[in-house]
Design a protein around this ligand. Structure first.
Ligand SMILES: Cc1cc2nc3c(=O)[nH]c(=O)nc-3n(C[C@H](O)[C@H](O)[C@H](O)COP(=O)(O)O)c2cc1C
Length: 194
């Protein structure tokens, strides 16, 4: 299964990217095919002006299309996800995540905005037609301290939660058919409660 890891922080040294590194090493141990996309590496002008014909944007959109599963990691900014991630998601086709499993991750300065994953990011992923959005993992900055060499290290409890999340991702992703498209339902079988 190919898994695209999307880093949504504008920062070069990033805690939310450190979560992705942890996921990447776990997926590597399970022999998953991994691809990475750092949105901060894309052309800022092309991102902001929605230039989908730009080489870097076209390549990134292609990476999303090619993946069976995505891990989307973002810092919490002003009680939501980052603007960098938003401008990229806005460039994707409306059904870009159709048939795909998504694992959302976030880091924030305090635990108070942990629900941003559910009230801010999840609806956007849903609107892009993601087949299955797994329970997210949120870490506060205190749970990703720097080690003696200045590198971010996740705490044991976050590591345990990432273990579970990766297991679920592989399990759910492998269960999916390759196309992942929903079968159409005849209108006569649709039940409404209104
Ligand atoms: C502009 C800005 C806005 C932020 N807003 C919040 C916020 O609303 N809630 C919160 O918990 N942390 C907030 N933070 C802290 C970051 O979410 C936190 O430090 C995060 O781990 C940074 O991730 P990164 O290193 O991947 O960029 C904010 C940081 C910045 C720079």
């Amino acid at each position: 299964m190919s898994v695209l890891l999307i880093a949504g922080s504008p920062s070069e040294h990033s805690r939310s990217a450190a979560l992705l590194d942890e996921v990447s090493s776990r997926l590597g141990l399970r022999h998953a095919l991994i691809d990475r996309l750092h949105i901060r590496d894309l052309s800022p002008q092309a991102l902001l002006l929605a230039d989908v014909g730009h080489k870097s944007i076209a390549r990134a959109v292609g990476q999303v299309a090619a993946a069976r599963a995505l891990v989307v990691s973002t810092p919490v900014y002003k009680a939501a996800y980052s603007g960098v991630l938003k401008v990229f998601l806005d460039l994707l086709p409306q059904t870009a995540l159709q048939g795909k499993v998504v694992l959302p991750l976030a880091t924030g300065g305090s635990p108070h905005h942990m629900l941003a994953l559910d009230y801010a990011l999840r609806p956007v992923l849903q609107s892009l037609a993601a087949r299955h959005i797994l329970p997210g993992v949120y870490a506060s900055d205190a749970q990703i301290p720097k080690d003696g060499e200045g590198r971010y290290q996740v705490s044991q409890d976050i590591g345990d939660r990432l273990d579970d999340a990766v297991n679920t991702l592989l399990h759910e992703g492998l269960r999916m058919p390759a196309t992942g498209a929903f079968a159409s339902v005849p209108f006569s079988q649709v039940r409404c409660s209104v």
